[in-house]
Design a protein. Structure first.
Length: 215
């Protein structure tokens, strides 16, 4: 266990990392977990600082970030920090932070949308989401509108499919919609005329021509 004499001051940590003391302070309780000394200063565990130094070296393209960097990045994402803020806080290249964000989202079942996807979604919703709650409201409204349009289209389609046309009612001389009985009666009448011996034509055998019959 590290003692006060082996702990590092904030100035020493800043010098090792090549950053300002203010930047070191912003990483307190995220990357580092300093203890307050009797004189009021904060002292840092060398092991945590060493882990960050290894992570910085491992932050080069193609290298695996250290566990300390991964843990610190996840803490930032949990607190709602953006990718640029994580890059600044952890001093990692953007590709490393993007990879860690993807890993975090996969573990927490979250979805991070890129700017092109946001632009497309804003076009579809006809509004730009202000925040997550507003996005949910817009998508809900869109779903309800699409549902209403689908139901209206379905009803219109059913109406058109069952519309058989109109016929002039001989008893009134006015048009009225055709019904199934009208269709059945017309079919029976046509069949009767076609098969009647006095018809001008009779049905030929299947596959053969129609033969006119002389009266």
């Amino acid at each position: 266990m590290a003692t006060t004499s082996t702990l590092l001051t904030r100035r020493q940590v800043a010098a090792l990392l090549g950053v300002t003391e203010a930047e070191v302070k912003t990483r307190d309780n995220v990357t580092f977990h300093p203890t307050k000394a009797a004189d009021g200063s904060y002292r840092y565990d060398p092991q945590e600082v060493t882990a960050v130094l290894r992570g910085v070296a491992g932050g080069e393209p193609g290298a695996e970030p250290s566990g300390a960097v991964c843990g610190a990045a996840f803490e930032l994402f949990k607190d709602g920090k953006s990718l640029p803020e994580a890059v600044v806080a952890l001093k990692q290249v953007p590709s490393v932070i993007r990879g860690l964000r993807a890993e975090y989202d996969a573990m927490t079942s979250c979805l991070t949308m890129g700017q092109p996807s946001i632009e497309m979604l804003a076009t579809i919703l006809r509004a730009r989401p202000r925040d997550e709650a507003h996005l949910v409201e817009l998508i809900t409204a869109l779903s309800e509108r699409l549902g209403t349009e689908y139901r209206r289209g379905h009803e219109d389609g059913v109406t058109e499919a069952t519309d058989l046309g109109e016929i002039v009612d001989p008893s009134t001389g006015k048009k009225r919609p055709l019904d199934q009985e009208d269709i059945a009666a017309a079919t029976r009448s046509g069949v009767a005329r076609w098969t009647s011996p006095s018809s001008d034509a009779k049905r030929a055998p299947v596959g053969g021509p129609l033969v006119a019959r002389k009266v």
